[in-house]
Design a protein around this ligand. Structure first.
Ligand SMILES: Nc1ncnc2c1ncn2[C@@H]1O[C@H](COP(=O)(O)OP(=O)(O)OP(=O)(O)O)[C@@H](O)[C@H]1O
Length: 367
């Protein structure tokens, strides 16, 4: 048995969008050539701003969506080639937790019926066995068996997401993919739900893929992190090392938006402003160059591929060595030496640009 349970191989997914003024169809490449392995038993987080293609990638991985190009391989088999019977097994093995616990649960079904539904679809167990299973699942997610007779609207957002988790676990999956499973919840509830997921992952030996736009949410539970920008993975690696030393300027930006716990409410200032470019016409060269404080001529013309920078670290940046190995980290505001080194890298990069080419950027100063 290999330690890779699921892998994306050169995945591309295009959507046809309509231009509002002329009605001419245009194509959005939501996922562009993504290659990624999910290791058995790990928690892999996929992070990035809204619109970068995270949900599309999650749907491709679970076959809720078919790729335009590339393949998804589960346990050594391309899932596009599975027979109907094998596909049913795959549906049992892979479950999805949706972002919005308010709209993803049918309001007309009792909680018990909602959790039991996947068991009935897959013809698993007799009616009494299914009822016992529902009670067990409710307990597992911190609810009570008698909650089975109530309806979703009787529960808070956090409780509804627990119901969503119980439903996802009903068939005994091996992989659970959570598409921003806590982002619709109050911040105070998010950690509770994330912790439940993590505990269940350990208890049941699951593999977890968690989609998030906020690194703070996944900081303590992920083993590895994949950072996406405009449809591409720009950095991938061991979570602790990546949080300690981001190698891609975009990862650094995401990290700099996380509050620093030791200093209370203070935040390090984000390095880039504005929205990402329109995915219908992504910039040439490195897609991040229009917002990157370190961008140089090469970045505007040459697209960097994902390459291995260190063991368990891949990055798509021409200058990753210069930037990451300079000792930059997200807490630079509290570490003057690191901030100075970063400023040196930043100044050198800026010195190589002409005034007209310089991106609109902020210096990495404290708030
Ligand atoms: N069915 C669709 N038709 C047309 N365009 C789509 C469709 N689904 C996604 N897109 C586009 O693909 C890009 C990626 O969308 P996706 O939802 O995967 O991003 P995301 O990172 O998950 O964003 P969010 O966090 O907002 O859900 C976006 O530009 C989006 O508008």
């Amino acid at each position: 048995m290999t330690d890779i349970i699921l892998s994306a191989q050169g995945l591309v997914r295009r959507f046809t969008a309509r231009k509002p003024l002329f009605g001419t169809p245009s194509v959005v490449q939501a996922v562009s050539d993504v290659t990624l392995d999910v290791r058995r038993g790990e928690t892999l987080a996929i992070v990035g701003e809204s619109g970068c293609g995270k949900s599309t990638l999650a749907r491709l991985l679970t076959r809720l969506l078919a790729p335009s190009e590339g393949a998804v391989v589960y346990d050594g088999r391309d899932i596009a080639s599975l027979s109907d019977t094998e596909m049913r097994t795959l549906r049992r093995d892979m479950q999805f937790i949706f972002q919005d616990p308010f709209s993803s649960l049918n309001p007309r079904m009792t909680v018990g019926a909602l959790i039991e539904e996947p068991l009935r679809i897959h013809r698993m167990g007799s009616a009494p066995e299914r009822r016992a299973k529902v009670a067990d699942l409710l307990r597992k997610v911190g609810l009570r068996p008698e909650h089975a007779d109530r309806f979703p609207h009787e529960f808070s957002g956090g409780q509804r997401q627990r119901i969503g988790i119980a439903r996802a676990l009903a068939t005994g999956p091996r992989i659970v993919v959570g598409d921003e499973p806590v982002s619709a919840l109050d911040v105070s509830i998010q950690a509770q739900v994330v912790n439940i997921l993590e505990d269940l992952k350990e208890e049941l030996g699951l593999t977890l893929v968690i989609i998030a736009h906020d690194l703070a949410v996944i900081r303590h539970i992920s083993d590895r992190v994949a950072v996406m920008y405009l449809g591409e993975i720009v950095e991938l690696g061991d979570a602790a090392a990546l949080f300690e030393k981001p190698a891609h300027p975009y990862t650094e930006t995401l990290l700099s938006a996380i509050p620093i716990p030791a200093t209370g409410a203070r935040k390090a200032r984000s390095l880039v402003d504005g929205d990402p470019p329109n995915p219908i016409s992504p910039p040439p060269g490195c897609r991040f160059h229009t917002r990157c404080p370190y961008a140089q001529a090469r970045c505007r013309s040459e697209r960097p591929g994902l390459r291995t920078l260190a063991p368990d670290r891949q990055v798509a940046c021409h200058f990753a060595e210069d930037l990451s190995l300079a000792g930059v980290d997200a807490t630079m505001a509290a570490r003057p030496a690191a901030a100075e080194r970063r400023f040196a890298v930043y100044s050198n990069a800026r010195a190589n640009m002409t005034g007209a080419e310089t991106n609109k950027t902020k210096l990495p100063t404290e708030e």
